[in-house]
Design a protein around this ligand. Structure first.
Ligand code: PMP
Length: 434
């Protein structure tokens, strides 16, 4: 695999960008080697600057459920582009996106658009604190909610990948207000709530964890969170930045039938451009400025290009769901991939753990069940690194970290999945050779 141009670009990037990248996991630290610089994408495929072609299962870390350069989205963007790029004033299309989300995500009665998932979660906990008058938040070990100060405590994603225990620059007075317990551990939640309820503003959770690899909620876990938070006047925040419009049009909350007080969104609702959002109960959202006193703002919030891409994406998803049952098809593709991987594991006599949820999956390089961060962390990440490179060399683009999700998108065909599986068998075989 020729990496001449990527290597040259990365060497230059290292001189002017910390680690050569604008988001840490992209640097390939945990798998080694040089990240390919991407030149373009179309459908399920990517091409790097050296001309290598890949079948993409990262989807820009989740947003591109319709694949790269999806023509209806690109067309709408081209139309919008000619009208100007930013006004800092209300535009009809941001309203249309807000209305579409309120209509599709049942618990969202009112919504505020921002420009990233981090802004969404950061603003949601400020609102939870402002609404309840309480200071603390409870999150789960291995869940990732963006990089705001309050969340970099036992966080997943890049924080877990790099093995960063805490983060310099975040005062203990701030991180001390973030309580953590293991994911899927109802007893630990109950215990923490018993002790801390009076000062606990919210519990924030990824309803399907996807930042320690994919870890679905145990039976009854989400309903339990709903019950115990409601009983103590604690807000329940579902961070659906990944699961929103991924598990279904109504997100994980519809899939599991549990209604949070607040929901954070990102990724798919921007269709590949920067959009995030937080929304929920209108009595809570009424506390957001200028309707209420909890301040939050953004120069580029509701940016006309970004919301155009988001709206075009949601409209396409709705149309496909109506026409062909998109999410059932995505789940079938996910199952097809999972069945194939399990077959490969059997043929190779390997005991690894595969977790799935709809169109998301993670193959953990450990043989025990993975239901929380401690069990995910037992994975052999070095072996994952070998597997990752063997897949990349065979043209399959996966996340350069064990603690991420593999995404199947609407443009993957069964033939694409067969290509994945052919590579998978070979890659696993090589990765486990002594
Ligand atoms: N929440 C979750 C569940 C996420 O997966 C992420 C990003 N992967 C974020 C929040 C932060 O979003 P962003 O990177 O857009 O700031």
């Amino acid at each position: 695999m020729d990496q001449t141009r990527s290597r040259a670009l990365f060497a230059e990037a290292l001189r002017c960008i910390p680690g050569g990248v604008n988001s840490p996991v992209r640097a390939f630290g945990s798998v080694g080697g040089t990240p390919p610089f991407i030149e373009r994408g179309a459908g399920a495929r990517l091409w790097d600057v050296d001309g290598n072609e890949y079948l993409d299962f990262v989807a820009s870390w989740g947003p591109l459920i319709l694949g790269h350069a999806y023509p209806p989205v690109i067309r709408r963007l081209e139309e919008a582009l000619g009208k100007g790029t930013s006004f800092g004033a209300p535009v009809a299309v941001e309203l249309a996106l807000a209305q579409a989300i309120c209509r599709l995500v049942p618990s969202v009665e009112k919504i505020r658009l921002v420009s990233s998932g981090t802004e969404a979660t950061m603003s949601a906990i400020r609102l939870a604190r402002g609404f309840t008058g309480r200071r603390k938040i409870l999150k789960f070990e291995g869940c990732y909610h963006g990089h705001a100060d309050a969340f970099l405590v036992k966080a997943g994603s890049g924080v877990a990948t790099l093995g960063i225990p805490g983060c310099p620059g975040i005062p203990a007075e701030v991180s001390g207000l973030t309580l953590t317990v293991p994911y899927n551990d109802a007893a630990a939640v109950a215990d923490m709530v018993r002790r801390e309820a009076a000062d606990l503003a919210c519990v924030i959770v990824e309803p399907v964890a996807a930042n320690m690899g994919v870890v679905p909620p145990a039976d009854g876990f989400l309903p339990f969170l709903r019950e115990i938070t409601a009983a103590h006047g604690i807000l329940l925040v579902f961070d659906e930045v990944i699961t929103g419009f991924r598990l279904g049009l109504g997100g994980a909350q519809t899939h599991y039938g549990v209604t949070p007080d607040l929901t954070t969104l990102g990724k798919i609702i921007g269709g590949g451009l920067p959009v995030g959002a937080y929304g929920g109960r209108s009595d809570v959202m009424a506390h957001v400025a200028p309707e209420g006193p909890v301040y939050q703002a953004g120069t580029l919030s509701g940016n006309p290009l970004a919301v155009t891409a988001g709206l075009a994406t949601l409209e396409a998803l709705e149309q496909m769901e109506r026409d062909e049952g998109l999410y059932a098809r995505l789940a079938r593709l996910g199952d097809h991939l999972a069945d194939g991987i399990r077959r490969d594991l059997e043929r190779l006599n390997l005991r690894l753990t595969l977790n799935t949820a709809g169109s998301m999956a993670t193959l953990f390089f450990t043989d025990g069940a993975v239901r929380d961060f401690a069990s995910a962390a037992r994975s052999d990440t070095q072996r994952y690194g070998r597997y990752f490179w063997e897949m990349l060399r065979r043209g399959i683009y996966l996340a350069p970290s064990q603690f991420e999700a593999c995404f199947v998108s609407a443009v993957h065909t069964e033939a694409d999945l067969e290509l994945f599986l052919r590579a998978n068998y070979e890659a696993l075989k090589v990765a486990f050779e002594k």
